[in-house]
Structures are given as structure tokens and as C-alpha cells.
Design a protein around this ligand. Structure first.
Ligand code: SAM
Length: 367
């Protein structure tokens, strides 16, 4: 982040005091600094840096508020002493300094010695918005890790990688929900055209798309399979609470081992946001294996971010490659050629998000 002074942002009180005649000399030095920076051609790049720093501080502040569970306490007015007690803080000066960051960001409001959430993001977090909570938690948990450890990731043991995909599986499942509206619309259109009786949701995560299927067709049955036990336990409970009963069966396991043990043939297999977990060299094999579980008129619906094409895609691809194993984002052309090589013909290709290389492909087996 560099010089913390770049973060200085005069509030209205400070501007007024700077304007007082006895402090006019401050203007002189400020102007001198500005013209000096401009002469060196550095003004615009420094302005950009200041803006970047502010976004970073906001993200760090909100991420720490989530990680240390302070955000929940700040949903109502709290004094600094109450917050110190609630959070077990033994350094009230540090807590106050942290609260002041929130106030200056506009995420907290301070009245006298009492604080509460004020900014839109902080309010949504205090209200328990699951996606935002997972998003901010992920910032300190795994989004910064690959950058902070770049040295080791590049120069250390080439077989070593991070374990974020397992460790943060629950948060990853929640963060994936950002794509839900875009993916859901393709899932619904597929359901309307295909009317599948049996659906397999590979790497079902939170079960969000299993739910889209169950909601769209009261006679459809879904099997979901996911490696992450914790994710499945939560998804099972939520589906049961929502009253889907036996129409949804969620299984813990690796799809490559689960599939040969299943005798069910599916009218629709959904592979949503997870082909990139599989080694590039093994993807055709996965498509072939999934193909054997399809009915004759069955279809595969594959949705994935691809690369290249956006900052988000580049970041995700980098993160995936920093994990142990062989995860990486697919290229769009590669998805299509792998499907063709595995015996599929493409029925429909859609770009699901206008600004991202995020695609949906529907395919069926060639006979
Ligand atoms: C990014 S999440 C996507 C979850 C969900 N499909 C969605 O779009 O919200 C990817 C999921 O695939 C699961 N997964 C990865 N490899 C798998 C495998 N070999 N078998 C089953 N599940 C797998 C992960 O555990 C993770 O929950």
C-alpha cells in the first residue's frame, strides 16, 4: 500500500481549519507538493493509487468486521466499551482506531461514543446477507493468500499448492452464488424445453440449482453429488427444511467414483461452475463418463467461467492454479473441442454475463 499518507482525505472540519488565515502557509506547502508532483508527471498515477488504497481499506475493514464477528454487534448502537467487552478486546485504543476507520469510510456512524453500521455494505452485512458475508470473509481467508505467497508459489516445491478449495469449501459455495441469477435463467430455459424427470447436479455445492429444478417442476427428482461433506450437510438440511423431501438426494463423494456405482440414467446432467476443478487432461474423460449416465435424449448443461476475457477470470484462474492439484479455468474453444472429442454435439452456447467470459453450453451425445 506504500505511504499511509496517501490515504489522507481532508474532512470538512479539516478543510475549514486549513482555510483559517494563520494556517495559510499550509496551502502554500500543499500547492507546492501538488505542482511538484505534476511537474514529475506523477499526479494522475498518484490519484489512482489513492483511489485504489481507499477501496482496499474498505475491503479490509469490512473483511475484518466479518472475520472477527464485530459486524453483528454493530447492527445496533454500541459504545466502544460495550464493543470491547463483546469482542474480548484488551486494547481499547486499537479497537477505537479500528472503529474510526469504519467511520471515515462511511461504513459506521458515530454519535458521541456510540457506533453503528451506516454504509450500504456494512448494513447488508449486519443484516446477515449470506453472499456478502462470504464475499468479505473470503478476502482475508483465501483471496489474498496466493498473492501474499507468490514467492513460495513460484519458487518453492512445484508440487506444493494451497488448500483453499477444501478449507473454504463452504465460503466458496456461497461466493459462487453471485452467478445464480445468470445460471438460473439458463437452467430454467433448459428445464422448460427438456422437461427432465431425473437430474444429476455434479458438484452441487449449496444445492442452489437443485432447488431451481425442484421449484420449476414438482415431479422432477434431483441427485446432487459433492466432495465437500460440510457443504452437503448444510444443503441437505436446507432442502429438507424447504420441504423437498425425497425428491432431492444429496451425496458426499467424488463424482468419478460415485457415477460408476449409480445405476440411474439422467435426462439432464448439470456441471455448473466446477469443470475447472478437474485436470485439463482428464476433462474429456469426465464428459464421456457423464455421457454414459445420460438417457438417449438426455443433455449435459455445462456452465463455467472461461479465460481469457476479464480481471475476474484472470484472478480465478490464478487462484485455481495456486492450489495443490491441477485446477485451472478452461478456454472457451477448449470446452467445445473437448466436448466434441468426448462424443457430444453442441445444442446451444450462451454468454451468460455481458461483461464476463462466463458461458453456458448445452450438449447431447452423438450416436
Ligand atoms: C465453485 S463450487 C460450485 C457449486 C455449485 N455447482 C454452484 O454453481 O453454486 C464447485 C463445487 O464442486 C465440488 N467438486 C469439485 N470437484 C468435485 C468432484 N470430483 N466430485 C464432486 N464434487 C466436486 C466442490 O466441492 C465445490 O462444492
Amino acid at each position: 500500500m506504500g505511504d499511509p499518507a496517501c490515504l489522507w482525505d481532508p474532512g470538512p472540519g479539516e478543510i475549514r481549519s486549513v482555510l483559517k488565515p494563520k494556517r495559510l502557509s499550509n496551502w502554500g506547502s500543499a500547492l507546492g507538493g501538488l505542482t511538484g508532483a505534476a511537474r514529475q508527471g506523477k499526479l494522475s498515477v498518484r490519484a489512482l493509487t489513492v483511489l485504489d488504497s481507499r477501496s482496499l481499506v474498505r475491503t479490509l475493514f469490512l473483511a475484518s468486521a466479518v472475520r472477527f464477528e464485530l459486524i453483528g454487534h454493530l447492527g445496533t448502537d454500541r459504545s466502544a466499551d460495550e464493543l470491547a467487552e463483546l469482542s474480548g478486546s484488551r486494547r481499547p485504543d486499537r479497537l477505537r482506531a479500528w472503529l474510526q476507520v469504519g467511520v471515515d469510510l462511511g461504513e459506521l456512524r458515530r454519535r458521541g461514543d456510540r457506533y453503528r453500521v451506516a454504509g450500504r455494505r456494512a448494513r447488508a452485512l449486519a443484516d446477515g446477507d449470506e453472499f456478502l458475508v462470504a464475499h468479505y470473509r473470503s478476502m482475508l481467508d483465501y483471496q489474498v493468500g496466493p498473492y501474499a505467497e507468490l514467492d513460495m508459489l513460484l519458487r518453492g516445491d512445484p508440487d506444493w499448492g494451497r488448500d483453499d478449495l477444501d478449507r473454504y469449501a463452504e465460503d466458496i459455495a456461497q461466493v459462487s452464488m453471485a452467478a445464480t441469477p445468470f445460471v438460473s435463467s439458463m437452467v430454467r430455459r433448459t428445464l422448460t424445453e427438456l422437461r427432465p424427470a431425473r437430474v444429476l447436479d455434479v458438484g452441487c455445492g449449496s444445492g442452489i440449482y437443485a432447488r431451481v429444478v425442484l421449484d420449476s417442476d414438482p415431479s422432477a427428482r434431483v441427485d446432487g453429488v459433492d466432495l465437500a461433506e460440510k457443504v452437503i450437510v448444510t444443503a441437505r438440511r436446507e432442502l429438507a427444511e424447504a420441504g423437498y423431501g425425497t425428491r432431492a438426494q444429496l451425496h458426499v463423494g467424488d463424482i468419478r467414483e460415485w457415477l460408476p456405482r449409480s445405476e440411474v440414467r439422467f435426462d439432464l446432467v448439470m456441471l455448473l461452475n466446477n469443470i475447472y476443478y478437474f485436470d485439463r487432461a482428464r476433462r474429456q474423460e469426465i464428459y464421456r463418463q457423464l455421457g454414459t449416465s445420460l438417457t438417449d435424449s438426455g443433455q449435459l448443461l455445462l456452465v463455467s467461467m472461461t479465460t481469457p476475457g476479464s480481471i475476474a477470470a484472470a484472478h480465478l484462474d490464478f487462484m485455481l492454479r495456486c492450489q495443490s492439484g491441477t485446477a485451472s479455468l478452461p478456454q472457451f474453444a477448449e470446452l467445445q473441442s473437448d466436448l466434441a472429442a468426448a462424443g457430444y454435439e453442441t445444442i446451444e452456447v450462451r454468454k451468460l454475463v455481458p461483461t464476463e467470459p462466463f458461458v453456458g453450453i448445452r450438449a447431447r451425445r452423438r450416436f
